[in-house]
Design a protein around this ligand. Structure first.
Ligand code: ADP
Length: 450
């Protein structure tokens, strides 16, 4: 049984993982960079070990160093959080080779889902519905253009190695194809060192609905229902909710079963998320699988009453899943808003520096805040400028939304500019209240949001 976990991450997710570990009586080790010497995740851990300078390549991305530190401290398991090394199959392999449990999927599943095109090939073979498109090896620009012409515009060019909404371009007419392809390839090469592109039919008003799945090491899997993450800016999620408004029991079951089929097709283990685009007619299409705990997992925890990190640790301990599908159900409604140190009036550029004052809304069984900072901490230029996740729960969507808005209003943060006023505007807007959720929500309703 795991007795000591090293968390190979920082900020809110490192703190969140430690919370469950401590609840289970498991000791924790934090890792930190020079910029994080006084960070909350370092204070919260039972032990902390210095990695190196602030740039992630010299600290949080240095897998060999992290494993070496873990071994010297007698660590049984490493939790990678999200980002950094969480979807690095080589790192997962190296953990196992060094006798350390990687709390996440087996490396072959990470590898299989690491390329969006390879993933689509596997899903096609497993009969999981896909967005129509081309995901093969032929990268000749004229060939790709012919594919786009054949499927009809608009199309979406997508980097096979992409993530975080980068390396994507919409193309609305043939004459713009080559220019968009060049731009997307350049961005992909810069961001991921790989410029293989997929061409997909661009669905104009879909919803982003994703299914949380969990599989144990004995071939059993369950789905913990869906999250609606349609409200996005530049393909990045802003506010997520669970369950998805208007979801029928039938479609939920179909999507859940398709997600499990996707997971089983690659022999998946531990927590994963299968992302789908859902059309207004109820048709849904596989987009990709994220082989880690997601940022937005707390909304699922609220509606199911389960602790997903506890589940992850159970599976890593080679135990069966804590619950069967029949024993899982949805209660109430939850929202998550991502609070960022960024300036909505200046192209959402990060607003780094000292958090002079931070007052959170009162926390209780309806309001949860996952945060890695307090008054006096710094938002550094080196990492993602997310300050916290505000997560709320109530019996129904209207009540949960009202609570989300009041909680956002109660936040006080001085020293850095935040996106809170923007989140309040999105959450208070008429289309959001009416749950008219599509992935182009922000573009479409920009006029009602500042
Ligand atoms: P990333 O890995 O960069 O997050 P995804 O493939 O998950 O990329 O896509 C991110 C977002 O882009 C989706 O949530 C959705 O809003 C949009 N998107 C992706 N594929 C399509 C498509 N074929 N049609 C319309 N929107 C899409």
């Amino acid at each position: 049984m795991i007795k000591k976990i090293l968390i190979a991450n920082r900020g809110e997710i490192a703190c969140r993982v430690m919370k469950s570990a401590h609840k289970l009586g498991i000791a924790t080790v934090a890792v930190y960079s020079q910029a994080d010497t006084n960070a909350q995740h370092v204070k919260m851990a039972n032990e902390a070990v210095y990695l190196g300078e602030a740039p992630a390549t010299k600290s949080y991305l240095n897998g060999d160093l992290i494993i070496q530190k873990a071994k010297s401290l007698g660590v049984d398991a490493i939790h990678p959080g999200y980002g950094f090394l969480s979807e690095n199959a080589n790192f997962a392999d190296k953990c196992e080779q060094n006798g350390i449990i990687f709390i996440g999927p087996n490396s072959s599943a990470i590898r299989a889902m690491g390329s969006k095109s390879a993933a689509k090939t596997i899903m096609e073979a497993a009969n999981v519905p896909l967005v129509p498109g081309y995901h093969g090896d032929n990268q000749d620009p004229s060939f790709l253009r012919d594919q786009a012409n054949a499927m009809g515009y608009p199309v979406l060019l997508k980097a096979a190695a992409g993530g975080g909404g980068k390396g994507m371009r919409q193309v609305w007419q043939e004459k713009d194809f080559f220019e968009a392809l060049d731009a997307a390839k350049r961005e992909a090469m810069n961001g991921f060192g790989d410029d293989i592109m997929l061409v997909e039919k661009y669905l104009t008003e879909p919803r982003h609905v994703e299914i949380q799945v969990f599989c144990d090491n004995f071939g059993k899997g369950v789905y913990l229902f869906e999250r609606d993450c349609s409200v996005q800016r530049r393909h990045q999620k802003i506010i997520e909710e669970a369950p998805a408004p208007g979801m029928t029991g039938d479609i939920r079951q179909q999507m859940g079963e398709a997600a499990l089929k996707a997971a089983h097709a690659i022999g998946y283990t531990n927590a994963g998320t299968v992302e789908f685009l859902l059309d207004s007619d109820g048709a849904f299409y596989f987009m990709e699988m994220n082989t880690r705990l997601q940022v937005e997992h707390p909304v699922t925890e609220f509606i199911t009453g389960e602790d997903l990190v506890e589940w992850q640790i159970a599976v890593a301990n080679n135990l069966p899943l804590p619950k069967s599908q029949d024993a899982l159900s949805i209660k109430g409604h939850a929202f998550e808003a991502r609070i960022y140190a960024e300036d909505p009036h200046n192209e959402f550029l990060p607003s780094t520096g000292l958090i002079e004052y931070l007052l959170e809304p009162p926390k209780n069984e309806h309001v949860r805040i996952d945060s890695g900072v307090v008054s006096g901490d710094e938002v550094s230029i080196y990492y993602d400028p997310m300050i916290a996740k505000l997560v709320v729960w109530a019996e129904n969507r209207d009540q949960a939304l009202a609570l989300l808005i009041t909680s956002l209003q109660q936040y006080m943060i001085c020293g850095v500019t935040t996106n809170i006023p923007y989140l309040i505007q999105v959450a208070s807007s008429e289309p959001f209240r009416k749950a008219i959720l599509t992935t182009d929500f922000i573009e479409r309703h920009g006029n009602v949001i500042a």
